[in-house]
Design a protein around this ligand. Structure first.
Ligand SMILES: Nc1ncnc2c1ncn2[C@@H]1O[C@H](COP(=O)(O)OP(=O)(O)OP(=O)(O)O)[C@@H](O)[C@H]1O
Ligand SMILES: [Mg+2]
Length: 491
């Protein structure tokens, strides 16, 4: 998934399509935009613009149209065309120095107006607005991709099934949801899924990373500001609360929010109103709040780093994401889905042998699903359309693998002193202890896989080898996602 970076000062560079026929103005704008790393493509009229945006590979982030060149019917046509684009560019109107004051300036079909000569701060604000508009487009665009790949929380473990059930139950309510869990466990996946399962799905999902934005800028980023509210506030700007109106605001890394900002947020949650920085006008807030953090908020409360009252406001419906090492049964399904994602995005493909998947179940995954996603991506690059076996995995996933191939993660000693090649061998409990449930699951998965391999995938034969009923084995295969892994990887 594309991660959207929510910076306030860092503007993403991109392509701008400029519709203007006056050379002096074009030169001026080309100079400015190239200075801030934007590429400008100049077109003379609307006909050429239509051709440009239809051409393959042309993905402008901004379309800038000179106001005097505008014609209502052509503008209508252009807007219809833009509507069809999967990620729509931000449409801006340009008002030249000598132009009569333009009535396009207040036209809501434009994201904003660039008045010449411009100042850096004005331009920066305008491009920032265009950037947020694009971010929204991108996050909405993700929602249009196959639901099961990008909005679903893949996994067959009991924990993941339970979380999916909770999402179904709470999505349609207006309850504030607090998602907790280690980094990379899928908190944002859950937040997006909640939004798209809610009645607000047609409205924006606006994420904001409260930890990534400097404390003194967060307030205006959340609530917006009026022109002149502080040095640098050259123009009025909407905040994320306004941008999310009717939809969902995702307050990511809420545990990193400063105490003064927490007070302000609490007020909005209580009163459901806010003001832009520098304004007295009260704005009604119609957003559903979802918050997430990897921090232990209860601990933060005792250290006086997080307000208890805010915690209770947010913690209406908590969802705790378990680390991946506690739900290794999810790994085969996740591997499949992460590969499908790469395929859908046309970034190649790769396959993993069942033994390689088994080896992954032995690893502790400090980076959780994100680490797994990165590994799969890396494998797809190193072995394009190839088959990855245990020996091809990076070293850390192979540690103790010869033992793994026999009995699971742990070193074994034989009771009789013979080679440890039977399940009667007794694993040694490591000094640091172990997660018994996870270990037994991975051992079970490993042995089932071996039985299946030896029975050429015939479940009835494998069940016999394991001395269990066929239906019980089928149930276990479903639980561990082993059948899916076999079917779709062709093993
Ligand atoms: N259950 C899942 N099914 C499919 N993909 C998942 C799942 N969980 C996580 N991912 C993927 O793993 C990556 C990390 O997920 P996400 O960004 O939601 O984690 P996070 O908990 O918000 O992490 P952080 O605390 O670091 O922000 C993403 O690429 C996401 O698509
Ligand atoms: Mg996150």
């Amino acid at each position: 998934m594309n991660r959207i970076v929510h910076g306030v000062s860092a503007l993403a560079s991109g392509r701008i399509l400029l519709v203007d026929s006056e050379q002096a103005r074009v030169d001026y704008l080309e100079n400015i935009f190239s200075f801030i790393d934007y590429k400008v493509k100049v077109v003379d009229d609307f006909a050429e613009l239509q051709t440009q945006i239809s051409s393959k590979g042309e993905d402008p982030c901004v379309i800038l149209v000179h106001g005097s060149d505008l014609d209502e019917s052509e503008l209508e046509k252009l807007i219809k065309k833009i509507e069809k684009m999967s990620v729509k560019p931000a449409l801006l109107v340009l008002q030249g120095e000598d132009d009569e004051s333009s009535n396009w300036k207040a036209d809501s079909r434009f994201i904003g107006c660039l008045i010449l000569p411009t100042r850096f701060d004005d331009l920066h604000d305008l491009l920032h607005k265009a950037q947020i508009y694009r971010e929204q487009q991108l996050s909405e665009n993700l929602s249009q991709r196959p639901l099961e790949l990008f909005r679903s929380l893949s996994g067959n473990s009991r924990a993941t099934r339970h979380i999916n059930k909770m999402i179904e139950q709470v999505a349609e309510t207006e309850a504030t949801v607090l998602i907790l869990g280690e980094s990379g466990t899928g908190k944002e996946v859950v937040a997006r899924k909640l939004h798209y399962k809610s009645t607000r799905r047609g409205m924006p999902f606006v994420p904001i990373n409260c930890g990534a934005i400097p404390a003194d800028l967060l307030e205006s980023e959340l609530f917006g500001h009026e022109k002149g509210a502080f040095t640098g506030a050259i123009s009025t700007r909407q905040g994320r609360f306004e941008l999310a109106s009717g939809g969902t605001l995702f307050l990511d890394e809420i545990g990193d929010m400063s105490m003064p900002m927490q007070v302000k947020l609490l007020r909005v949650l209580q009163e459901r109103t806010f003001e832009r920085v520098g304004s007295n006008k009260t704005i009604q807030c119609n957003v559903r709040i979802i918050a997430a953090t990897h921090r232990n908020l209860e601990e933060a409360i005792t250290k006086q780093k997080f307000r208890e009252d805010l915690f209770y406001r947010l913690n209406v419906f908590p969802i705790e994401m378990p680390p991946l090492r506690e739900r290794v049964e999810d790994i085969p399904v996740l591997v499949n889905d992460l590969i499908s994602r790469i395929e859908t995005e046309k970034r190649g493909s790769v396959r993993l042998t069942p033994a390689a998947v088994m080896a992954l179940a032995q690893y502790s995954w400090p980076g959780n699903v994100r680490e797994l996603a990165n590994l799969i991506e890396r494998m797809a690059i190193l072995f394009p359309y190839g088959v990855v076996d245990v020996k091809d995995l990076p070293e850390k996933f192979r540690t103790g693998i010869s033992v793994v191939e026999q009995t699971g993660a742990l070193p074994v000693v034989s009771i009789s002193g013979e080679e440890p090649d039977t399940v009667a061998a007794v694993p040694r409990l490591p000094n640091e202890g172990l997660d018994l449930k996870a270990h037994l699951s991975s051992l079970e998965m490993n042995l089932i896989q071996q039985a299946l391999d030896e029975s050429d995938g015939v479940v009835a034969h494998a069940a016999k080898r394991l001395n269990m009923r066929r239906t019980t084995l089928v149930e276990k295969l479903r639980k561990y996602g082993l059948q899916r892994s076999q079917e779709s990887t062709g093993f």
